[in-house]
Write a protein that binds this ligand. Sequence first.
Ligand code: AMP
Length: 356
Amino acid sequence: MSNVLLPLGSSIGILGGGQLGRMIAMSCIELGYKSFVYCPQGDNPAVEVSSQHIIGDWNNNLLLNKFISSVDAVTIEFENIPIEVIQKVEQKLLVYPNSKVLRTSQYRPYEKKYAKLSGIDVPRWWLVNSKNDLEFAMNELDGKGILKTSSFGYDGKGQLKITKKDTPDKIWEIIKGKEFILEEFVNFNSEISFLICRRKNKEFCMFPPTENKHKDGILNKSIAPADLSEETWLSGAAKVSKLAEDLDLNGLLAVEFFLLENGKLLFNEMAPRPHNSFHWTMDGLSCSQFNQLVRCITGVPFGDISISSSWEMINLLSENFSDLTKYYSEKNKIYLYNKNGIKTKRKLGHINRLIN
Ligand code: AMP
């Protein structure tokens, strides 16, 4: 079913209305397809570039049915869409990614278990549902760690660093009421992301890995290709393709790793959608991550993703948006999302720049 070429002009449904949806919709146009965005009320920059849209809640079955009957395949642009919505869509249409992949990436304990099963090394971690769990985990950890909400965390949200000085009593007062995992603090050399695009018929392509620099838990800059030894590059790529195969991935999967001093990669998290750290692909490759996703969904052959130069991508957030004017030069490619920037740490655009 997934190898059937969708006729030009078919409509690709996009769940979510953020900047990733906006850039997917723009690639639909590039390749001769229509886009149809479904998203709840809010700041939805995908809407103004999509062929059609519906503003509706995730539990509005009437509107969801209307959306489902108007599109030919569906993708997502953020991973915290209720799994029931994906399962509902799946009864009628192919969804990229399928609900199994999405469910795994929505829950940190599942994603870590899957990563480990696929042969990827994972930092030590403990599930925390009670004060007893927390005491046990802090005792075992015996040092620095990070508490992360099991679900709905992104861009460093829902995280709390702890040190040996913290007591379980004090920490429990802050976190009680939600499920967390406690993860050991990793002294990494750098952060690396891999991105794979895979069709159901097992054909796949692996994008060149990227090195990421974070500030306050949020991506600040990406540099591609990452400066990795051939061994680390190949072993990372092999592990990511094994994970994609084990999950029976259809669509994109980004996997973030910590790179250790000894060249080993430790799993951090994954996201089955276009990823901020691969926005440089819009200029650095002949086929961007968004374009490749649309090719994957529609059955158009994959585009070339070999890299011949180095690129950097700088995020424009609410905090550094005033830097925009300094980027107005020929060498910088500017992408603005037309979002309202009042909230802190909001991603408002990005810059792609050729390094050499
Ligand atoms: P996350 O949302 O889990 O990707 O976390 C955001 C950022 O926090 C990561 O990109 C890292 O810079 C940092 N971080 C997350 N987990 C750890 C860890 N176990 N050890 C050290 N730094 C971490």
